[in-house]
Design a protein around this ligand. Sequence first.
Ligand SMILES: NC(=O)c1ccc[n+]([C@@H]2O[C@H](COP(=O)([O-])OP(=O)(O)OC[C@H]3O[C@@H](n4cnc5c(N)ncnc54)[C@H](OP(=O)(O)O)[C@@H]3O)[C@@H](O)[C@H]2O)c1
Length: 299
Amino acid sequence: MMAAPINPSDINMIQGTYALLPDLPAVGGNEGVGQVMKTGSHVTALKPGDWVIPADAGLGTWRTEAVFDEVSLLKIPSDIPLTCAATLGVNPCTAYRMLCDFEILRPEDSVIQNAANSGVGQAVIQLAAAMGIKTINVVRDRPNIQELVERLKSLGADHVITEEMLRKSEVKELFKKVAKPILALNGVGGKSATELLRHLQHKGTMVTYGGMSKQPVTVPASALIFKDVKLRGFWMTQWKTDHSQDKEKLNSLITDLCSFIHKGQLVAPVCRQVPLADYQVALEASMEPFVSAKQILLM
Ligand SMILES: NC(=O)c1ccc[n+]([C@@H]2O[C@H](COP(=O)([O-])OP(=O)(O)OC[C@H]3O[C@@H](n4cnc5c(N)ncnc54)[C@H](OP(=O)(O)O)[C@@H]3O)[C@@H](O)[C@H]2O)c1
């Protein structure tokens, strides 16, 4: 293994609260990039030197070496930045699928999302910008909010607002400049999700993919009765399982994302690279609020 991030789902897996739990003892980490050192005599798709990422969750990536089955790995180009490769298999895949699979988005349509500074959020901003779709990005307020706003705008965010601003009536001004969103992406839940729904277009869709606030998604009856909004969920692991018989689907998803990377339209999330030996520091930092940086273990 060369590098592997610490994602919230890795923590949830250790806490035992994730939908997928490995048999114990187990190695942590579901994402990362490795280099093939040696192959068995029946291996045809991979050769020494290739860069590979897990084809599915649960492989255990926080380690220096492993022996994996060929089918559990996906070959990726070795000319992309290491941090991009290490964080390719989960968040950008999730962002891309959610932008492509729930509503037909046309240029100038808009998407609203909370946790916009998360790994998923940063990928949504960049992929939507590459697709000509406007984004309204909601983040939590913090002392250095202007710095964060500028950072997200430099990635291609059209509008960045705080959760508090989204609740105020002044937000109406924003929707004079940008079309009401047809798609909302919810990684937080609780009141934050309710606010996304409030601004969704008639018959729009809210996709819940994360629950960072650990609060249930509260849906006003009016959103269902008068706006007929659709509430959906998305789990990348399920998508991979559903398409496990058609590996071309996953390969073509990875190829599309690598082409965005090659064109400079998709960069790695803001991250802090930490030597594997300092994993405890990285684990602690990954659970702190307002850090805005993905911890990446370097092997
Ligand atoms: N369904 C799927 O297939 C799928 C795939 C990938 C990720 N996910 C989920 O998506 C979520 C984000 O993952 P990630 O890797 O992108 O995360 P990440 O990069 O670690 O970022 C975490 C995000 O959550 C926000 N946050 C933390 N605690 C919060 C709270 N109490 N209320 C509101 N926001 C809070 C953080 O905002 P601050 O900066 O304000 O702290 C930050 O934006 C996680 O729940 C993860 O499990 C789901």
